[in-house]
Design a binder for this molecule. Structure first.
Ligand code: MTE
Length: 312
């Protein structure tokens, strides 16, 4: 079981020659056959779909972006395996059309949206976001999407809607990892209502101007850039507005290590490693982790009266 539990990204000084080799292999594969195999369905879909290139957004960082190859070959998507290269190798079996997302719970107008009508609900924006994984690595990724609030408004949340619960697809026929009892499937995540309505929270359909690659959570996922990456659920099929704080997959699995809030916080260590620094994928030296992953001006006010050590 311990193999399946997140481990922090190791310091470069601790990397063994074998790991160096594996890392190098990973990046070389990105330019080679593996990449070709995983690009073909995307290209086919890109031809059929409208442009995914969204308008630039004021919320984007100007930091250097990670490459498409890095973003699509160093993934966490346990439904397709627990190694970083597994999703890129295995997620080709995910069928992303037809696809629908059900939105229900504490609202006046529960609805089921077909993926193509969901896509047309609001104009797409390009959001270049830092994503900081709980394992102490990070990337800068150009996502295409629109604020989740645009969708939530459609169903008219009522006064009992205090939290939002997201459910990912869990189909053992398409997802080999779901037959392993790594997590209690389906993968679920959640946000408080104000977090879900925050303009930074993105309902995400694309990456680098193309439809989301399967390994990154096609056809639709959530991106919450000020929280550890595991809050950003992939390939979602259901959204529920609820009154009580929902159970979430990682919190159920190891509650002492993965809290509900999971805001990026360099001052609150993971019980097994420090969260003070991170390694940007593609770089060797470590950089300091920023409070709220650098998005404090937009989100800090939501936590003004909270003890973030207690609500980790
Ligand atoms: N969503 C589902 N359904 N299953 C997962 O295993 N992993 C999470 C998150 N969303 C995960 C998921 C974690 S730990 C991270 S860091 C991000 O997805 C990684 O997203 P990326 O592969 O697009 O970088």
């Amino acid at each position: 079981m311990s193999r399946f539990i997140f481990k922090s990204d190791v310091a470069p000084s601790e990397i063994t020659p074998e790991e160096v080799y594996r890392q190098r292999r990973l990046f070389m594969q990105a330019a080679g056959t593996l990449a070709a195999a995983s690009f073909v369905p995307e290209l086919a879909m890109a031809a059929a779909a409208p442009s995914f290139a969204g308008a630039p957004s004021k919320y984007s960082t100007t930091e250097a972006k990670n490459t498409f190859e890095q973003i699509t070959h160093y993934n966490n998507y346990y439904e397709f395996g627990t190694d970083k290269s597994d999703p890129g190798e295995n997620a080709g079996t995910l069928k992303t059309r037809p696809w629908s997302v059900r939105i229900e719970g504490e609202c006046a107008k529960p609805q089921t949206f077909d993926i193509d009508s969901l896509l047309k609900l609001a104009p797409l924006e390009e959001r270049v976001y830092r994503l900081r994984c709980v394992e102490a690595w990070s990337m800068v990724m150009p996502w295409e999407g629109f604020p989740l609030s645009e969708l939530l408004k459609q169903v008219q949340p009522n006064g009992n809607a205090k939290y939002v619960e997201f459910t990912s697809l869990a189909d053992p026929k398409q997802m080999p990892g779901v037959s392993e009892r790594v997590l209690d499937w389906p993968y679920t995540e959640g946000l408080r209502m104000d977090e879900a309505m925050n303009p930074l929270t993105l309902l995400t359909f694309g990456l680098y101007g193309k439809p989301l690659p399967n390994q990154n959570g096609a056809p639709v996922r959530i991106i919450v850039p000020w929280k550890y990456g595991f809050k950003s659920a992939k390939s979602i099929v259901k959204i529920r507005l609820v009154e009580k704080q929902p159970a979430t997959a990682w919190n159920k699995s190891i509650p002492s290590e993965y809290g509900f809030y999971s805001n990026v916080n360099p001052e609150v260590d993971h019980p097994r490693w420090s969260q003070a620094t991170e390694r940007r994928i593609g770089e060797f030296s470590r950089r300091k982790t920023l409070m709220f992953n650098g998005y404090g001006e937009y989100v800090a006010a939501m936590y003004r009266n909270m003890d973030l050590k207690k609500f980790y």
